[in-house]
Design a protein around this ligand. Structure first.
Ligand SMILES: O=C(O)CCC(=O)C(=O)O
Length: 277
């Protein structure tokens, strides 16, 4: 158990229960049903800012159980900047290289926290997230873009790091539990060598005084007040994947991509899929 009281020194907190296991299992079923019935649509829809396409994901991002914990880290005024899924099928080679989220996001100051919510068990064998405690205090490391097809990150960006020299912590989560991590912590994950899927839903929260370099992006006030108006407010989804919902989500991606792919030699591997991570 890594407590939220130690967040400032460790850069993460885990596990934190935010919903009943039975509810997260229902959520996992919804995701899997969509993936089964329409895999191409699911690939597109379950990527970045999917909370703008699905009212039930939008609702999750506003849950008081999640925001109460986020508030302990960034204070009472909270904006939701983005969301996305990280899904690894049984036996898939998908992995996430060691990286810092701060690398391409263009957000300042670095009071940005990610809530990673487990819809399924997340364990060592199915490629749970891993962190290096305290690494958020090391400053910004140089990243190299690899564009590796199996890397779930948009640019396949990675820090050259010898993990054998490091203390690595596996963030083991049961369905309905979440972890929180700092935007600068070194983190990554291995591929899924088990026979069960791993589904994580991430929500990125910022305080309203955060500013976005390189353009205006969307962020929605989910708690407290915004006296800065540094972000545009997206239209919340009224129905699942309606025309207006797609238009809002696509606009949010266009804005994010123009910032996070700045200086990149390639476009996002799959439009709508983790374009900015
Ligand atoms: O789900 C993973 O394995 C990695 C997630 C990640 O990099 C993040 O949430 O910032």
């Amino acid at each position: 158990m890594y407590s939220i009281d130690q967040y400032s020194s460790t850069g993460f907190a885990s596990p934190i229960r935010v919903m009943k296991e039975s509810i997260s299992e229902e959520l996992a079923d919804r995701v899997q049903n969509l993936r089964k019935t329409n895999p191409i649509l699911a690939e597109r829809a379950l990527g970045t800012n999917c909370h703008l396409l699905f009212p039930w994901l939008h609702e999750i991002s506003h849950m008081s159980e999640i925001l109460d914990e986020v508030e302990k880290v960034i204070g009472p005024n909270i904006l939701l900047w983005s969301s996305s899924f990280f899904i690894k099928d049984p036996g898939s080679k998908s992995f996430v290289s060691w990286h810092q989220d701060s690398t391409y996001w263009g957000l300042k100051p670095l009071e940005i926290v990610t809530a990673w919510l487990a819809f399924t068990p997340s364990k060592t064998s199915n490629g749970c997230m891993q962190v290096i405690p305290g690494s958020h205090l090391r400053g910004q490391s140089e990243h190299k873009d690899t564009f590796d097809d199996d890397n779930l990150l948009s640019r396949g960006q990675k820090i050259e790091i010898d993990i054998s020299d490091e203390k690595v912590v596996d963030l083991l989560l049961e369905p309905g539990e979440m972890s929180l991590h700092h935007v600068r912590i070194f983190h990554g994950s291995n591929s899924n060598v088990s026979s069960s899927v791993r589904i994580g839903f991430t929500m990125r929260y910022i305080p309203p005084h955060t500013s976005q370099e390189g353009g205006r992006t969307f962020a929605e006030l989910v708690r407290g007040e915004d006296n800065y108006s540094n972000f545009d407010t997206p239209r919340p989804p009224a129905i699942e994947m309606g025309e207006e919902e797609w238009a809002t989500q696509q606009e949010s991606l266009k804005r994010l991509n123009s910032i996070t792919f700045n200086g990149s030699t390639q476009e996002s591997k799959i439009i709508g899929h983790q374009p900015y991570e």
